[in-house]
Design a protein around this ligand. Sequence first.
Ligand SMILES: [Zn+2]
Length: 305
Amino acid sequence: MTNEPTRDGAAGATPCRLCGGPTAPAFSARDRNHRISPESFRYVSCAACGTLTLADVPADLGRYYPASYYGVPDSADAAVARDENAAHRLELLRGLVPQGRLVEIGPSYGGFLELARRAGYDVSAIELDAGCCRFISEQLRLPVTQSDDPAAALTGPYDAIVMWHVLEHLADPAALIASAAAALAPGGMLIAIAPNPESLQLKLLGGRWAHVDAPRHLALIPLAALAGEGAKHGLEVAWSTTADEDALRSNNFGWSGSLAASTQNETVARGLRLGGELVRIAVAPVERRGQRGASYTIALRKPSR
Ligand SMILES: [Zn+2]
């Protein structure tokens, strides 16, 4: 890959992971969510598009992805039941793309994918993890491509390409957007959910924000930057928000998770989580306005011919 950020040299030498523009130091963050290592990771901010890019990408990034705490589900029903976001995401999808060919990038064990199939969509998946691919193929009996390069794996044409909290993990998000634009059928939509770097929480918590999730999150892309990247390939913003069901859940995890991660004492963490819940309730009116929520949902449409 070209323009690969390096851990050597000044942070300013790291180009923006989305647009390749010049960057300046933003903040440092540790792996507070999983504590795989005690290292500190630097994020830099793009002067052109505002994207936050992880400058210190570990060579052994796979080591920072812990195995699923809950293990492999034992049935399709269990996969659906485990995905607490599947139902409201399906409702979102139906409002934007009522039917057709759907591909999900990064479906994990496919809870949403299975629910979309039951709702009548013609579904397929692109997934990195071998165990998840095996489950989707053997238990759900749905078509899945195992790949760490979703931009190359998209075939199309698709009526919907969905990515739920995947964009921030990608080595080359711009390549994915370009590939998605080419793979969409006319009128089709790329629908993504991602952490919002313009959130109130990032402003207040900086590197301690749970949704920074260093070093797993390689880029935190502002809504406008993603819309701009889509526009380069002819995609238009059909809809966006930072105050839907997903954003409200992200707000909750952002406050409770960020506070609880300050300690390894479970009793103290429980108290801090409760404290986070109170903060969330107190600031809810502010977080709901002006695109300040902890995550956003955006739908980019390829114009009909
Ligand atoms: Zn940029």
